[in-house]
Design a protein around this ligand. Structure first.
Ligand SMILES: [Zn+2]
Length: 156
């Protein structure tokens, strides 16, 4: 994502949510480092989703950007860059392990980065800021791991 695109997105959201305290240039720069891997083509989608779903400016804006980036990929499987992938028994070659988890009476759907292969890079570029969890890790924390399926077939 180009820096001016991110800056415009932040300003647009501040305007929309009538944020009193606008982030400083330094803050925007720091945030950008965390979401720079998200391509420009997803930015409009992300802004629209944040405006539709949130009642106020997200307290953790970069987290919101990453969440909606994942949703963008689920909604636009054709946009996934077709990188070379290696066979992987852990994730079925998708690079991601999908799971559902109960927390405080709610059911959450999640995607963890596969710790055994590099195929996740096709979804997240080369930024290693995503949590890597094996099937065993996920089961240990009580999550239900879904069978490996192509990202285009993800039911959520
Ligand atoms: Zn894998």
């Amino acid at each position: 994502m180009k820096s001016y695109n991110f800056k415009n997105a932040v300003n647009d959201l501040c305007e929309h949510f009538q944020t009193y305290k606008k982030p400083t240039e330094q803050t925007i720069y720091n945030w950008l480092k965390l979401v720079k891997f998200i391509p420009d083509e997803a930015v409009d989608y992300i802004i629209t989703k944040i405006k539709d779903d949130k009642d106020s400016m997200p307290r953790n804006l970069t987290k919101a950007f990453k969440e909606y980036w994942r949703m963008f990929l689920f909604d636009n499987p054709d946009k996934l860059a077709k990188h070379q992938r290696t066979p992987c028994s852990e994730c079925g070659g998708e690079g991601l392990i999908f799971y559902t988890e109960h927390d405080m009476g709610q059911i959450y759907n999640g995607a963890a980065v596969c710790p055994r292969c590099e195929n996740w890079q096709q979804h997240f570029g080369s930024v290693e800021s995503h949590q890597k969890l094996s099937i065993a890790d996920l089961k240990k924390r009580g999550a239900q791991v879904l069978k490996p399926i192509p990202i285009s077939d993800i039911p959520f």
